[in-house]
Design a protein around this ligand. Structure first.
Ligand SMILES: Cc1cc2nc3c(=O)[nH]c(=O)nc-3n(C[C@H](O)[C@H](O)[C@H](O)COP(=O)(O)OP(=O)(O)OC[C@H]3O[C@@H](n4cnc5c(N)ncnc54)[C@H](O)[C@@H]3O)c2cc1C
Length: 313
């Protein structure tokens, strides 16, 4: 076994491992090896990891919870940084500043988005409770403009702080600069290796009734446990076309349960693909193509993937 590389940081030591299977770090449980991989739960760790990659002339891929990704079977070249931390590490470290009628809070990119939904609701601030139960972290949710139950990240986001890898400086973008719309920001469609790393996000939230908000957050989290398929997946594979639902079209086309290799369209939710145990990225790509073709043939509607494909096919 190759030994891990240890890099001293401001607060401790960063561990960088070689040849780590991305299937162990994505919710789809698919993906070949990353040449190098490290976990950066805090900003100093994230910066130390980026410095290390730059010193070794390696491309950097920053991911969060890995819940919106299809990683190629040949993996990812360079350094993959898992920018995530448990919510318990943030309890007591995130300040809500009350300014007049609103609360302003800044959270690190590594913060779990579900934790943020529960946390803000429990303090009586509205607008993020839709995120309760959603996999992933703030960084990934900003990039994808994630959303549910009629809410989305961009609703209450005022700015994000980004590390510009080209100019090596921190810069602040307004919500408008992200050009966020349904499951889209300019950050999501930047070619890799990417220039921008999300460090922090700032939200402004209106007040709400604490009991009502916590009950709503709990019911959203509960709904996910009951209504969404369990098993290895990456959530909705396709975005919803205007005026309809991808899952509905897939169901109407009789494609629920359709399988290619190790991946199957969920019987519970037509827009979820389930890795039955040994799926490859090639299987998923083939199933995506099959569904797109069949839905287009039946309804004349082109389904567009919501999940991002990264790494080498
Ligand atoms: C069961 C299930 C249900 C889901 N339901 C929903 C839903 O209801 N609504 C919805 O919108 N999504 C849903 N998703 C998809 C996903 O959970 C969200 O889009 C989530 O916000 C992605 O966050 P992540 O941290 O996992 O991002 P990742 O998948 O890790 O990354 C997404 C993108 O963000 C980039 N990224 C991550 N962190 C950073 C950073 N710090 N700096 C720069 N780039 C970064 C990555 O490179 C990648 O481009 C679901 C997924 C699953 C598995």
């Amino acid at each position: 076994m190759t030994e891990a590389i240890r890099v001293p940081t401001e607060r401790g030591v960063l561990t960088i491992k070689r040849d780590q299977l991305m299937s162990l770090h994505t919710t789809f449980r698919i993906g070949g090896p990353a040449d190098f991989l490290t976990r950066a739960g805090s900003e100093p760790e994230l910066l130390a990891a980026i410095d290390w990659a730059e010193r070794h002339d390696l491309p950097v891929t920053v991911i969060g919870g890995g819940s919106n990704l299809l990683v190629g079977d040949r993996g990812i070249r360079g350094l993959v940084i898992l920018a995530r931390t448990p919510g318990s590490a943030l309890d007591g470290h995130v300040d809500l500043a009350v300014e007049g009628e609103r609360a302003r809070l800044t959270v690190p990119a590594q913060a779990p988005i579900s934790w943020l939904g529960h946390f803000t609701a429990s303090r009586g601030w509205a607008g993020l409770e839709w995120a309760a139960g959603l996999p992933g972290v703030v960084g990934g949710a900003v990039v994808n403009n994630a959303g549910a139950h009629g809410g989305e990240m961009a609703d209450h986001l005022t700015s994000v702080e980004l590390l510009d890898l080209a100019e090596r400086r921190v810069t602040r973008w307004s919500r408008e600069q992200l050009q966020a719309r349904y499951r889209y920001t300019v950050l999501k469609f930047e070619p890799r290796p990417r220039r921008w790393v999300v460090l922090r996000a700032t939200f402004e939230l209106p007040p709400g009734e604490r009991e009502e908000l916590t009950a709503r957050a709990a019911s959203y989290a509960q709904w996910r446990r009951q209504a969404q398929p369990s098993g290895a997946c990456a959530g909705s594979v396709f975005t919803n076309p205007p005026g309809t639902y991808a899952g509905y079209l897939i169901e109407q086309a009789g494609l629920k349960g359709r399988q290619v290799g190790g991946v199957r369209v969920s019987e519970l939710h037509g827009n979820f693909f389930i890795n039955t145990g040994n799926a490859t990225a090639a299987d998923v790509r083939a199933l995506i193509a099959l569904i797109q073709e069949e839905v287009f043939r039946r309804f004349g509607i082109e389904l567009v993937p919501e999940i991002e494909e990264i790494g080498e096919a």
